[in-house]
Ligand binder design. Structure first.
Ligand SMILES: [Zn+2]
Length: 529
């Protein structure tokens, strides 16, 4: 039996950008459109085409993108009270945008019509019908966003359904029920969508949920069960207040658990990549505990857990991580035995078997280092280098002869840390050649990083694609004062993803250097250099 198709409608560029702290440039928006198009999203809402020059430019520029699949939607509202649709300035802007899809929001809650709009209930029905039929006469696909449908239905079910009917009978292609305040619960949504499906055919029914009671994804799935065939949402659930339904989680649930097709199994593997791409474009991180796409979504800690996972993944994983482009991670500091090390090594692309002689040697070395203060839990890069070194399969990309760091706080103006500058000089061997390089930075680690990159870029131009994104310092034994052990963890990333590396020393600069060297060594190793 052919699987039923559910259509996807992304609102990241409109509702998502309402998120506190998210600002997207025109370029950002266009890159997100390309990525979502490649992922197989059906409709991408671009914003209000008349609200500001950036959105006007977006609708002009997006028409030049060679999109393969997605159709762009312009967002606005029904015509104004007392104004014929054909004379309404807002509707004219929507049509001028050139978008093939126009989404208009309209009221369905009687009290909103009377108090907020100060219109009669009949005038609101006229505004919906007139706007939809006028837009249809202009040749665009029309989506009617039924604002406050669920609150409206609770207050006056007959009127809320009248509004849907008005939109449908005037020719709206999709009628998307909006859970605007985000307060409804799944069993309520399911029942109300079922009622809506009695006046609008399922093929024309969609759902748009907010997450204020923590149920946006659950409400969206409940709506699909009750008959909705278009799901709206935003990538990572970005949106105002606590956000929207995460369209990626919805897609994974629909495909993997409910037997529907949204993007299909091949493109579903891009899920984690899309989450990271959009998050980084928004200057955010995907929360590590995020369903399906978070770094911890398939991470396992307990030793017993880890060895059971290796034998029978279904015991602790609700889905196969590879179906969504994520992977199982073993948190190695809790490694209890050979089986879990072997499983961990596999996730790093290293094939070991429990019977291999070096496995015990590697475990002993990890234990010894953990006593010294190393922790490999978030340092996959350093762990991969350690295992490969002990297997004899790793040659460092460069060898240090010496480094020196000067921290120079010239004129003490009392503005702490503002005027201090660091300078690092390193002497290094790459192959048979010796390089001496000096780098500057606001801090000593930045200066070292700059010097090291200067020294090796000629040999390894790819280091330009490796970026240090986070730097964490822990003092492990506070009692010993300056003699305490310092652990430095660096997070780096390239286009494919991120990795952690660790360095430990009594000297913070040396600990940082060790983590930095691992970061670049592992980055180059990943690239196959
Ligand atoms: Zn919304």
């Amino acid at each position: 039996m052919a699987k039923h198709r559910i259509h996807t409608y992304d609102s990241t560029l409109r509702d998502g950008e309402q998120s506190e702290g998210i600002v997207l440039s025109l370029e950002d928006k266009l890159r997100i459109v390309e990525r979502l198009d490649g992922f197989g999203i059906d409709y991408i809402e671009g914003g209000y085409p008349a609200s500001n020059p950036k959105d006007i430019a977006f609708f002009r520029e997006v028409q030049r993108l060679p999109l393969k699949h997605a159709r762009i939607a312009a967002f606005g509202s029904t015509c104004k009270k007392g104004v014929a649709a054909k004379n309404d300035a807002g509707l004219a802007d929507l049509l001028t945008s050139g978008a093939p899809v126009v989404t208009i929001v309209g009221k369905t809650w009687d009290q909103q019509v009377i108090h907020a709009l100060q219109a009669t209930l009949n005038e609101n029905l006229r505004m919906i019908a007139d706007s939809v039929s006028y837009l249809k006469s202009q040749g665009v696909r029309v989506v009617f966003d039924a604002e406050h449908f669920f609150d409206g239905f609770k207050a006056n079910a007959d009127y809320a359904l009248e509004c849907l009917k008005a939109a449908y009978l005037s020719g709206a292609d999709s009628i998307d029920l909006c859970e605007t305040n985000g307060g409804a619960l799944p069993f309520e949504v399911e029942e109300m969508v079922r009622q809506a499906a009695s006046v609008v055919p399922r093929a024309a029914l969609g759902i748009h949920c907010h997450n204020d009671s923590g149920c946006a994804v659950a409400n969206t799935l409940a709506a699909v069960r009750a008959g909705a065939t278009t799901v709206q949402g935003t990538v990572n659930g970005f949106g105002e207040r606590v956000g929207n339904a995460d369209i990626l989680t919805v897609i994974a649930d629909l495909e993997l658990k409910m037997g529907y097709v949204c993007v299909g199994p091949d493109r579903l593997r891009q899920l984690t990549g899309v989450a990271q791409f959009v998050a980084e474009t928004c200057n955010r991180a995907v929360p590590s505990h995020h369903p399906y796409t978070g770094a911890s979504a398939f991470a396992h800690k307990g030793g017993l857990h880890a060895s059971a996972i290796a034998r029978f993944p279904q015991a602790y994983e609700h889905a196969d991580p590879s179906t969504v482009g994520n992977m199982t991670r073993m948190l190695v500091s809790e490694l209890a035995g050979k089986a879990s090390l072997v499983a961990k090594a596999k996730t790093l692309g290293i094939d070991l078997s429990v019977d291999d002689a070096p496995v015990q040697k590697i475990l002993d070395e990890i234990k010894r280092r953990e006593q010294e203060g190393y922790s490999y839990e978030v340092a996959d890069g350093s762990l991969a280098i350690l295992i490969r070194s002990l297997l004899g399969g790793f040659t460092p990309h460069f060898k240090l002869e010496s480094f020196r760091v000067i921290v120079d706080d010239r004129e003490d103006t009392g503005a702490w840390a503002k005027d201090a500058m660091s300078e690092a000089t390193i002497k290094i061997h790459v192959g048979k050649r010796r390089f001496v390089a000096t780098g500057e930075g606001a801090g000593p680690v930045g200066a070292l990083d700059n010097a090291l990159r200067l020294a090796i870029t000629e040999f390894y131009p790819d280091v330009k694609g490796i970026e240090l994104v986070d730097f964490k310092v822990r003092i492990l034994d506070e009692n010993v004062g300056t003699g305490a052990i310092t652990r430095v963890v660096i997070t780096s990333r390239d286009k494919q993803g991120s990795w952690g590396t660790v360095g430990v020393s009594e000297n913070i600069i040396e600990a940082s250097w060790n983590a930095l060297v691992d970061a670049l060594d592992y980055g180059l190793m990943r690239m196959g250099k």
